[in-house]
Design a protein around this ligand. Structure first.
Ligand code: G6Q
Length: 560
């Protein structure tokens, strides 16, 4: 049996969550409103903004520039009810093992459970150990920040290098960048993730081993890229310090794997732990956030946790129809499954949020980029969107052409802060004006008549069609009062829960990532073959030829 026949047979067995009666209603409703233009929806409903916007703490979500009506939202909320979003939400918060393929609870919410009510995993309340680690992180960071913690020659620490990848890199790096205005003035952060030697080499070139502290961040402490970079950093450090006893002052670890940390030579007293119920891409709230605590201090880190907790509370208790993460998720499903949208753009109008798109690419696509549902059935409906983006203002001068006049439907989130961290008010006003103009332009477009009138183009010969904007392109606007640790915590948690709700509706396990395994396995097979004596023949013709080409062509460099 070929695999494609197998897929076909499995498909036929599956009814799937997108075959619910409410989905048929949604399908019919989509067909009925597909041709409706948002500019008409606004024209006929002066209260559209009030109806389709929501404030939670210092976050305002305006979702009125979407191709929705009151009926759309009613049906989508019904879909959320039928998918039992409320039940799954409670299962997550109460520590049920909803990550079924790894038999794990999913409790990043416990890491920021500032109200401290017990969260039970395997009969044990995890809150005391969560709180103990937050205390330890804060105490350690304070010693480094105050200058009490010194390097082996008695110098203050000036540079901190986080070595990690994926979830052990993207979250802390994004948050550090976002909270730069709050950073310690004398501590510089560096993040090394890439196995390309250029990354570690370039980063260390500028550093002094006497004043550098390394955080080896790895949940498993077996990740090849991280461990290779960590061993290189260790050798770099020893080349100058000359004594293993000094490692303890310059290397700390964040991991769940105590034995591997000790084997690396890091004093287990300098290991900060977390637990298997924290997924990598949801781990910035855990000890993986040590670089954040070092940069902004324990107090600010707690404010970040408090912000996330505020969003957790909203998500847990607000009715589905007035629940910010649920609304974002339902809109995601609406475009993904009923309009055939393939991607979703994240467009921060905030220099400090420039790494948010990369962070959300992982958070979303590693969670919901799946074609098998939680029960092992192959799905017959689209799941996770392709998430992408960049800072909005730069995008305007680059890829926005396609958003405005391309043939694809690309729902987009526009994110901005009302108060800037700089005093450059003129810059900020221009930024805000562009933020507002873009969502307006995407929604309204510009008709042929308007184009001719506004541009003084009388005839079709003057490329009028090229200058017309169809509009009707959906967007959300998310406004933060200011990019504080609290607001950032809320924003990240908002997206985490959006991803969760979409996963529930698609009946996915959003918390495993089996799709990253095959490549790792093949790479470990190929690695020794790169320098094999005889030509390699065990792969397909392309892979064999490429390995052998590399063997031949890299000889001059390696001297073989
Ligand atoms: C995230 C993934 C993945 C992981 C990295 C690093 O959810 O699991 O990105 O974070 O592979 O893993 P370690 O922390 O174990 O080194």
């Amino acid at each position: 049996m070929t695999s494609s026949v197998f897929v076909q047979e499995k498909r036929n067995e599956v009814a799937g969550p997108l075959h619910r009666p409410v989905c048929l209603q949604l399908k019919a409703h989509q067909a009925a409103i597909a041709a409706a233009h948002m500019r008409d929806m606004f024209a006929t409903d002066p209260a559209r903004f009030e109806r389709f916007s929501l404030q939670v703490g210092e976050l305002l979500l305006d979702y009125s520039k979407n191709r929705i009506t009151g009926e759309t939202m009613g049906l989508l909320v019904k879909l959320a009810e039928e998918a039992d979003v409320a039940g799954w939400r409670e299962r997550m918060f109460s520590g049920d093992k909803i990550n079924n393929t790894e038999n794990r609870a999913v409790l990043h919410v416990a890491l920021r459970n500032r109200s401290n009510h017990p969260v039970i995993v395997d009969g044990e309340d995890v809150m005391p150990k969560v709180n103990a680690v937050i205390e330890r992180l804060g105490a350690f960071a304070e010693r480094v920040r105050s200058g009490e913690w010194r390097g082996y020659t008695g110098e203050r620490i000036t540079d901190i290098v986080n070595i990690g990848i994926g979830g052990s890199d993207l979250g802390p790096q994004m948050v550090y960048q976002a909270l730069k205005p709050y950073r310690h003035p004398r501590l510089k952060m560096h993040f090394i993730s890439n196995i390309d030697g250029a990354h570690v080499k370039e980063a260390l070139e500028a550093l002094n081993p006497e004043t550098t502290l390394f955080i080896v961040s790895s949940k498993t402490f077996t990740t090849q890229e991280t461990m290779t970079n960590a061993h290189y950093a260790r050798a770099w450090f020893l080349a100058q310090s000359q004594a293993e006893k000094h490692i303890a002052r310059h290397f700390v670890a964040v991991s769940t794997n105590r034995d591997a940390v000790a084997a690396f030579g890091i004093d287990p007293a300098n290991m900060f732990e977390f637990w298997d119920w924290v997924g990598g891409r949801y781990s910035l709230w855990s000890a993986i956030g040590l670089s954040i605590v070092l940069a902004v201090g324990a107090e600010r880190f707690v404010e970040l946790l408090e912000g996330a907790h505020a969003m957790d509370e909203h998500f847990r208790h607000a009715p589905l129809a007035a629940n910010m993460p649920v609304i974002l998720a339902l809109l995601g499903v609406w475009y993904n499954n009923f309009f055939g949208a393939e991607s979703h753009a994240i467009l921060p109008y905030d220099h400090y949020l420039r790494s948010l798109p990369a962070y959300l690419e992982q958070a979303d696509m590693e969670s919901n980029g799946k074609s098998v549902d939680r029960d092992g059935n192959i799905v017959d409906y689209p799941t996770g969107a392709i998430v992408w983006g960049a800072t909005g203002i730069n995008g305007q001068h680059a890829f926005y052409q396609l958003l405005h006049q391309g043939t694809k439907i690309i729902p987009a989130d526009f994110i901005v802060s009302i108060e800037s961290h700089t005093e450059l008010q003129e810059h900020h006003d221009i930024l805000i004006a562009n933020f507002l103009a873009q969502t307006e332009a995407l929604m309204r477009g510009r008709t042929r008549e308007e184009t001719q009138r506004e541009m003084g183009l009388a005839q079709t010969g003057q490329f009028v069609s090229h200058k017309v904007f169809d509009g009707n392109h959906p967007s959300n606007a998310i406004l933060l009062q200011k990019l504080t640790p609290h607001a950032l915590g809320m924003l990240i948690a908002l997206y985490e829960h959006k991803i969760f709700v979409e996963g529930v509706i698609w009946n996915l396990n959003s918390y495993d990532q089996w799709g990253v395994e095959l490549g790792k396995q093949l790479a470990s097979r190929i690695l020794p073959e790169l320098h094999a004596d005889a030509p390699v023949a065990g792969h397909d013709a392309s892979t064999n030829a490429l390995i052998n080409y590399y063997r031949r062509m890299s000889h001059p460099r390696t001297g073989l």
